[in-house]
Design a protein around this ligand. Structure first.
Ligand code: GDP
Ligand code: IMO
Ligand code: MG
Length: 421
């Protein structure tokens, strides 16, 4: 069977930490979409590691970690990540597998991403500039190169043909960066990638399922960044919701059991686009500092705001969420008052629905106020010892969403997670 862990907001909910925590209960941890735009943070004692493409189960030596066909893979970033995990004693040749159908990000994808963003002027997506959009465009446009192609003798010819197409496109933009350095490191990284376990992902995972193995599918980004259902066009280029698990790994829907959704106790967004509960005041600034809300991939300050139950309810519906994990509860420790958005007011009318287009309309969040618990919860290990005021806050979310919150994460550390009894 397959369980899924994914983000319900605009990314950075703490998926890396939670996947690492649950990984011990599974045989295979598999990424099904996204690419190096993701930044999943784990702590190994005091050591911080940020993974971009390698699944967050990699530090469990006896588990297989699979990069699925739905991912777009940058060999350069992958090589760096492999070197970073090797410092902690991980031999990726032993427990990292890559699907041969995974599409590759080439240097000109990054160039196209940059050129496209520049051309958008004030309407920038706020892309991580890792080449994600152009790589997925080449996948759906049926031009892209896949990991399996690296092993073919004509790879360089196919690469040159794709590059020529990209250079033609780049002529339409004002882009004059020299990509030859990017190319050198790309080909070096390709040679490294060829030495890893490149497999047929769909047969592998289905054989494992048949043998009774347990799979944990790890999402990247968040549901509100989904290319179909997120705040389009300010989204990423893949299906981040649970539906992406089937196409991104090659498994049939009936294998999926739990879909575990992760939400912060508040909300953040990095990059442009609508964010109804965003705080532009001292409280927003306070949350950014207390939560160290700076992008794991780009270092950009994350925009911060109150938890948005309209968006969360929508995300739970789309994903079929069966359990919730709430992260970063400790970040709110010093707050005297908390707010929860439980409806949007649009043109004077209250609604519980996410509108078709959120960009150029005024959405006024309706808030319910809660007293803050105002004490340090980062050392609490059993739910019973959590402050009553936090239990009231959690109770309201649970009731509104109609889904149990099974765990509360109260710090970045590997063991800072409390089961809700
Ligand atoms: P991901 O992309 O969903 O894996 O999340 P990121 O790693 O980009 O961002 C989450 C950040 O919050 C990281 O710096 C984590 O170390 C940190 N973090 C995760 N859970 C908690 C928590 O419960 N409390 C605090 N204070 N930090 C947390
Ligand atoms: P994890 O997995 C937060 C955002 C970017 C931008 C938009 C499109 O760490 O949660 P892209 O590079 O995909 O073309 O950018 O999506 N974005 C993320 N925001 N966390 C992420 O990943 C993100 N990946 C992309 O900031 O607004
Ligand atoms: Mg992240």
């Amino acid at each position: 069977m397959v369980d899924v862990i994914l983000g319900l907001q605009w990314g950075d909910e703490g998926k890396g930490k939670i996947v690492d925590f649950f990984a011990k209960d599974y045989d295979i941890i598999a990424r099904f979409q996204g690419g190096p735009n993701a930044g999943h943070t784990l702590y190994l004692n005091e050591n911080k590691v940020v993974l971009h493409q390698i699944p967050s189960g990699i530090f469990h030596r006896d588990k297989i970690n699979l990069i699925g066909n739905g991912v777009v893979l940058d060999p350069v970033t992958l090589k760096k990540e492999c070197e970073a995990v090797a410092i902690h004693g991980v031999d990726v040749k032993h427990n990292l597998f890559i699907s041969e159908r995974t599409h590759i990000i080439v240097p000109t994808h990054r160039a196209l991403d940059k050129a496209s963003e520049l051309s958008k002027g004030s309407n920038k997506i706020g892309s991580t500039l890792k080449g994600i959009g152009p790589a997925y465009m080449d996948k759906t446009g049926r031009n892209g190169l896949r990991v399996g192609d690296l092993l073919r003798s004509d790879f360089k010819t196919s690469y040159q043909a794709l590059k020529a197409k990209h250079l033609q496109l780049l002529n339409n933009y004002q882009f004059d960066e020299d990509i030859s350095n990017w190319e050198n490191e790309f080909f070096e990284a390709v040679e490294f990638l060829k030495t890893l376990n490149i497999i047929n992902g769909e047969y592998f995972i289905n054989q494992q399922l048949k043998a009774g193995k347990k799979i944990l599918a790890e999402g990247a980004q968040g549901s509100m960044l989904d290319v179909d259902f997120g705040t389009f066009p300010f989204v990423t280029s893949s299906n981040t919701i649970s539906a992406g698990v089937c196409s991104g790994l090659g498994i049939a829907p009936q294998h999926i059991r739990e879909v575990i959704g992760i939400t912060k106790a508040y909300c953040t967004r990095v990059g442009s686009g609508p964010f109804p509960t965003e705080l532009h005041d001292d409280t927003g600034e306070f949350i950014r500092k207390a939560g160290n809300e700076f992008g794991s991939t780009t270092g950009r300050p994350r925009r911060c705001g109150w938890i948005d139950l309209v968006a969360l309810q929508y995300a739970c519906m789309l994903n079929g969420i069966t359990k919730l994990v709430m992260t970063k509860a400790d970040v709110l420790d010093e707050m005297k008052e908390l707010k929860v958005c439980n409806a949007y007011v649009i043109d004077g009318k209250e609604t519980l629905h996410i509108p078709f287009q959120m960009n150029d309309m005024s959405i006024e969040p309706k808030y319910k106020n809660f007293e803050g618990w105002n004490c340090n919860i980062s050392n609490v290990v059993i739910y019973e010892n959590m402050p009553e005021k936090m239990k009231i806050y959690i109770g309201y979310l649970k009731e509104f969403l109609g889904i149990n919150i099974d765990y509360i994460s109260n710090g970045p550390g590997r063991n800072q997670i409390v089961p809700v009894s």
